[in-house]
Design a protein around this ligand. Structure first.
Ligand SMILES: NC(=O)c1ccc[n+]([C@@H]2O[C@H](COP(=O)([O-])OP(=O)(O)OC[C@H]3O[C@@H](n4cnc5c(N)ncnc54)[C@H](O)[C@@H]3O)[C@@H](O)[C@H]2O)c1
Length: 375
């Protein structure tokens, strides 16, 4: 149970890319923000006892297990970070919620919509907090973009474009791994497109209609044990959307895009200007305002700094920049606030299900060849 000082007991399942990111956030959140109790890092779960012990030592967790069910049922654990491959999210999140724990689950919710709906039902039934790891909404630069649009800095938004590209699967000889298995979902659609969708959701509300094309650039990939296996997911997807209110949007995503390392490029066009942003330059916003002398119009580059909360909690000097892992620290603090009953900006399972519905409508569109209602 939560301690008298309000500190939360933390359980972490999975210690790969995102597991380490969550662990860093739980370790740093008190030092960065000062207004939350230091979390108690109670228990960590991995696939083997050995790996769990190694990671618990490195990440500062008191106990290690190869049995994630023991972790979700442990009385000292109040909140469970779920950072395992997508296929595990439903079973782990539902078990944790049923054991009375708060849940911080990585995106996407689940490969199947019915499983995501079961996760939402478990969250509602438990009365516990259940949120998803949509870290990009936490970026102070993105919060400033939200404020700019809200303030009318670019007038009425008329179009949103997003491209998300990385090259970790660009090599045709990249080994087959869980992201190439159908059990992980559709591919780039639910691996990548959900991120810019989370941003679009925050800016413009729900998507109403979608049209989608997906592609597999490489039919097979090599197996670590020898031979090749047919790729079951699509590494590329192009999606057209209409949001409620009529706003036109497009999402182009590719995890086989040589040269792109961490691109989430946004363009928002409005009746009086436009905003550009790219996660590869995550501390910069470009703002164009169609006012004044046309001879001096152009994009203004705005660097993140203490004027963009909560940047100053990390570093007092403007232009020095935050990094990807810092977004999880902000997300972690928001989660603690939500658990304490305070206002917080997070994508809960309630909002996350709308993102899932959009993804599944996009997949239906790919199958039908026509526009689909998100419903
Ligand atoms: N929010 C983001 O920006 C972001 C970025 C990357 C990945 N993700 C999401 O994070 C999740 C994990 O992705 P990743 O890239 O960290 O994967 P990963 O393969 O690096 O790590 C997954 C870890 O889970 C462990 N694991 C698997 N089954 C387990 C079990 N039954 N019990 C305990 N541990 C188990 C694996 O051993 C591995 O260490 C995915 O859902 C992915 O979509 C989110």
């Amino acid at each position: 149970m939560t301690s008298p000082d309000g500190s939360l007991g933390v359980g972490l399942i999975g210690t790969g890319y995102m597991g380490k990111c969550h662990a860093l956030a739980w370790n740093a959140v008190r030092a960065v923000f000062g207004d939350v109790a230091r979390p108690r890092l109670e228990m960590l779960a991995e696939v083997s006892e050995d790996l769990a012990r190694q990671r618990a030592l490195a990440f500062g967790f008191a106990r290690a297990t190869s049995d994630w069910r023991a972790l979700v049922n442990d009385p000292a654990v109040d909140v469970v970070s779920i950072t395992t491959p997508n296929a595990f999210h439903p079973e782990m999140a539902i078990a944790a919620l049923q054991a009375g724990k708060h849940v911080w689950c990585e995106k996407p919710m689940a490969p199947a919509l019915a499983d995501a709906q079961a996760m939402l039902a478990a969250a509602r039934g438990s009365g516990r907090i259940a949120v998803l790891g949509y870290n990009y909404i936490q970026n102070p630069a993105f919060r400033e973009i939200t404020r700019m649009i809200g303030d009318g800095a670019i007038g009425e938004p008329i179009q949103f474009r997003a491209e998300m590209d990385e090259d970790f699967m660009a090599d045709p000889e990249q080994a087959f791994f869980w992201k190439s298995e159908a059990s992980s979902g559709y591919g780039a659609l639910d691996d990548f497109a959900v991120h810019p969708l989370s941003l679009a959701h925050r800016l413009f509300g729900k998507a109403e209609r979608v049209f989608c094309d997906m592609a597999k650039p490489y039919a097979t990939r090599p197996l670590a044990e020898g031979g090749r296996r047919a790729v079951e997911t699509h590494d590329m997807a192009n999606v057209l959307l209409r949001f409620s209110g009529g706003l036109q949007a497009s999402l182009l995503v590719n995890r086989s895009a040589w040269g792109r390392k961490g691109r989430i490029a946004l363009q928002v066009f409005g009746s009086k200007g436009s905003i550009l942003y790219d996660q590869e330059r995550m501390n910069e916003i470009e703002l164009y305002r169609a006012t004044g002398d046309p001879a001096r119009q152009g994009y203004t580059r705005i660097l993140a700094g203490p004027a963009h909360p909560p940047y100053a909690s990390f570093v007092p000097a403007p232009g020095h920049g935050l990094g990807f892992n810092d977004l999880k620290v902000i997300e972690c603090r928001e989660l603690i606030r939500l658990i304490r009953g305070e206002p917080a900006s997070l994508i809960t399972f309630e909002e996350g299900i709308e993102i899932e519905r959009t993804v599944h409508a996009a997949a239906r569109s790919f199958a039908s060849g026509g526009w689909e209602e998100v419903g």
